[in-house]
Design a protein around this ligand. Sequence first.
Ligand SMILES: Cc1ncc(COP(=O)(O)O)c(C=O)c1O
Length: 475
Amino acid sequence: MDDFEAALGRAREHALAFLGGLDDRPVAATVTAAELRQRLGGPLPERGEPPAQVVDALVAATEGGHLGSAGRRFFGWVIGSPLPAALGADWLVSTWDNNAAIHASSPAGSVAEEVAGDWIKQILDLPRDASFAFTTGCQMAHFTGLAAARNAVLAARGWDVETRGLAGGPAIRVLATEHRHGTVDRALRQLGLGTDSLVALPTDAASRLQPETLARALGERDAPTIVILDAADLNVGAFDPFEALIPLARAAGAWTHVDGAFGLWARASRRYRDRTRGIELAQSWATDGHKWLNTPKDIGIAVVAEPAPHRAAMGLAASYIVRAADGARDAMDFTPDWTRRARGIPVWAVLRELGREGVEAMIDRCCDFAQAITTGIGAFEGVVLPAGAPSLNQGLVRFLDPRPGATDADHDAFTLRMVAAINAEGTAFFSTGQWQGRRTMRISVVGARTRPEDVDLTVAAVGRVLAAERAALQA
Ligand SMILES: Cc1ncc(COP(=O)(O)O)c(C=O)c1O
């Protein structure tokens, strides 16, 4: 045990020092790739080292190379921060190191995932008899849900894709919006459907797919069809009008899959759940633990209303596997992988830590902060809000080049320059976006640890950077 005590003891100390220093260190990384390569690299070691020394060396070599995304003022992309019980549970999952593919190799993992999956369906108010899978992220949740969709829409045309493959079968058509996330396209490539199967449908000014548009596309030709809808898109948090759209898809025999990477969590809030009305009529939903639920990475969740095609698409039979006699759940029937960690355990822990009330409070708080930061920055001279104030937890701002005669290209360049300067200043961190052809800075609030004072600190820091950058341009 000595080596474990030494290595884990050092890891615990480093972890607490890292978490404790998040508020004081720059949120952005402070070292270049070249420096990291130089510190981490060198020849492959011929001889081993004591484990605790390796842990110390790793921390020293990567110092300054970690973003403070686990902290309070990280508003880039859509990245959560691990809550304490979830992080502790995650450490234990690695410590127990069971293979959660089957109950026989991870009895506790199997049952914890059974419970966590059931709780997820409850808090998101999805059909209680749906099947589910804990995946590495929303990317693989898309892959899982769309594999079930592929199975079902082809089976409806008498084609068993699991045995016959795609070649020679009816060509699947996928209807998705122009705002879909890139992981949808990649899932289609992974599934052999190819991006040529995709018809990108235009949305209205509020980024929502309109029923007439979907109805027209559905009526264009008779083909096995998958419809992919957004809850919510990552630029403005737009929800498609599910209540009107999904019945149209169903009437046409199409399968509806929802990208709810973060937006599906609006269902946990009484304030926001109305946006998702009708979403329960879909056949599959993809979401994440590691975004708005604030589990550690990498945890995604696929929920499938029709367990049979889900199982047919993902299931695996191996002659050496003996199934649990009491009908316990074998995750490999539903996940795209074989050996896997019990990703449902940190989900179980976070739901115990927050409870339904805590999740709701977290969702509401993040939306309030996104509003306050976006409108706070928008109040500075030379800042516009291209999409207005946020309606959920995603805001967009654009910084205008102050020089007379500045063009859209100049505003694009100044916006990029501002994002880099804000991140270099270190108080807060944002990522860039592109909306309606224009560069933006995205304000994305999903972190559980942000507090009201962080809004003021962030807005003040952006104001300081803006004044300095405008002055520099005008000099
Ligand atoms: C709307 C949306 N869908 C899908 C994804 C992909 O999620 P993951 O990174 O968990 O695979 C993201 C990631 O930001 C997203 O914002």
